[in-house]
Write a protein that binds this ligand. Structure first.
Ligand code: SF4
Length: 224
């Protein structure tokens, strides 16, 4: 399956969308957040570190730390210092900025929330390095809320399959997905799209011939 610039304006209807998520759900029954974490703080740090980096690279950097300190917390990070944390995450892209943000947000968590993570969007997004996408992941994974974190896989797949219109505006993609994804799949939807994008419908080499949703997929932007 090659790539081309052909786009199609047509979008899936609710029934087609439901069928797609049913098949994705059957294909990826264990789809979930793959960032290693033992507590809420570790998940927040991992999601902050995963911006413009793969989950694999974040896990690789944090794994030795979490083995040594299974309950690594905001207090531990502040004690370690920004420079100490930077040494641990230096293999991840944008490490200096991320280390600074993680250090600062740890200080804020200690000062304002006794080291705990506030599970409210507004408070999360007020933390350094935490944007809408990170808040969506936290609220979804820790609270089971039907949020839609739009990363590179969700952006690519939702448009390629024909679930949402073509746009670079991730907020619009998020809102369009929230409107069309059936309630039944709302909590798991972003994990399903991420798993399918990460392991099957890969950016430059989608495995259409082996894809269970091939009969439904609009393959927007692909040569037919
Ligand atoms: S049919 Fe092809 S383009 Fe559509 S989801 Fe499957 S692998 Fe991706």
């Amino acid at each position: 399956m090659g790539l081309c610039k052909v786009n199609r304006a047509k979008l899936m209807n609710k029934k087609q969308c439901e069928d797609v998520f049913k098949k994705l759900s059957d294909m990826w029954p264990n789809a979930k957040c793959e960032l290693l974490h033992n507590n809420h703080f570790q998940l927040l740090i991992a999601v902050v570190l995963s911006a413009q980096a793969t989950d694999k690279s974040v896990n690789k950097a944090l794994d030795p730390l979490l083995i040594k300190f299974p309950q690594f917390s905001a207090f531990n990070l502040v004690e370690m210092g920004e420079e100490g944390f930077l040494q641990i995450i230096r293999s991840i892209g944008l490490a200096p900025t991320k280390a600074r943000n993680c250090f600062k947000l740890s200080q804020i968590l200690i000062d304002k929330y006794k080291g705990e993570i506030p599970l409210e969007r507004e408070k999360l997004e007020a933390l350094p390095g935490v944007g809408r996408k990170t808040a969506n992941v936290i609220l979804n994974v820790l609270c089971g809320l039907p949020t839609m974190a739009v990363d590179t896989h969700v952006e690519r797949l939702s448009q390629r399959i024909g679930l949402v219109a073509q746009t670079k505006d991730r907020l619009k993609i998020e809102q369009d997905l929230l409107n069309i994804v059936p309630k039944k799949y709302a909590v798991k939807a972003h994990h399903l799209l991420i798993f399918h994008g990460r392991y099957h419908c890969i950016a430059r080499n989608p495995k259409c011939e082996l894809c269970p949703i091939e009969p439904l997929c609009f393959k927007v932007g692909l040569k037919h």
